[in-house]
Design a protein around this ligand. Structure first.
Ligand code: GTP
Ligand code: MG
Length: 200
């Protein structure tokens, strides 16, 4: 799918103030620093449409970007950033949860996982919570430029086995490198397919 236009629309802490209308939207979630904002820039061919940082906790708001004037990409704050303090973490958790549970236009949530790491409790619990609430999601393993192909394959196998301990079937799984611009076509084709199904 070709990205003809990508524009910032609005930032929010309140799901009720997100754009009205019924265009489908695709949001990115995951631990702080996993690469959500970088991935949005890579998918849209924009250097700094979404703001990124080496320090975790950069994205603090729900950010809507309209693509081809037809659908939205949504950059969300990360979860699990330890240095934010209990109150700050709670606040972000509420913003994220309200958005996910209340946003009817949310068509698919991409859960980003760092491809270098073994399965983490916080991510597994988050996906369990999505399942309990019947939120459709897919997984994107990020930063694959930082490990070898064989290590990546090993980690993917470990992760899939772990998921199959609690899930009957696996969600769609993608791999990406925002640095090397890998995984772009796969993710965009997947979004395109869903958009087409929604139209017909
Ligand atoms: P928060 O907004 O804090 O939740 O983080 P985020 O998930 O949006 O992460 P962000 O995109 O800001 O990226 C965090 C850091 O990881 C930045 O220094 C990025 O340059 C780096 N990064 C993101 N994706 C990749 C990748 O695919 N490869 C490499 N090598 N670095 C990446
Ligand atoms: Mg971010």
């Amino acid at each position: 799918m070709e990205i003809k236009s990508a524009e910032f629309v609005i930032s929010n802490t309140d799901v009720k103030k997100c754009p009205e209308g019924n265009m489908p939207e695709y949001a990115f979630i995951g631990r702080s620093n996993v690469g959500k904002s970088s991935l949005i820039n890579m998918l849209t061919n924009r250097k700094s449409l979404a703001l990124t940082s080496q320090k975790p906790g950069k994205t603090q708001l729900i950010n809507h970007f309209i693509i081809n004037k037809e659908w939205y990409l949504v950059d969300l704050p990360g979860y699990g950033y330890a240095q934010r303090g209990k109150e700050g973490r709670e606040k972000l958790r509420r913003i994220i949860e309200d958005y996910i549970l209340e946003r009817e236009q949310l068509t698919n949530l991409f859960v980003l996982l760092d491809s270098r790491h073994a399965p983490q409790e916080i991510d597994l619990e988050f996906m369990e919570w999505l399942g309990e609430n019947e939120i459709p999601f897919s997984i994107i393993f990020t930063k694959i430029d930082k490990i070898s192909k064989s290590k990546l394959n090993g980690n993917l196998t470990v992760y899939k086995d772990k998921l199959l301990e609690t899930w009957e079937e696996l969600p769609p799984i993608f791999t990406s490198s925002s640095e090397k611009r890998e995984g772009k076509e796969e993710v965009l084709s997947y979004i395109h397919e869903i958009n087409q199904q929604l139209i017909t």
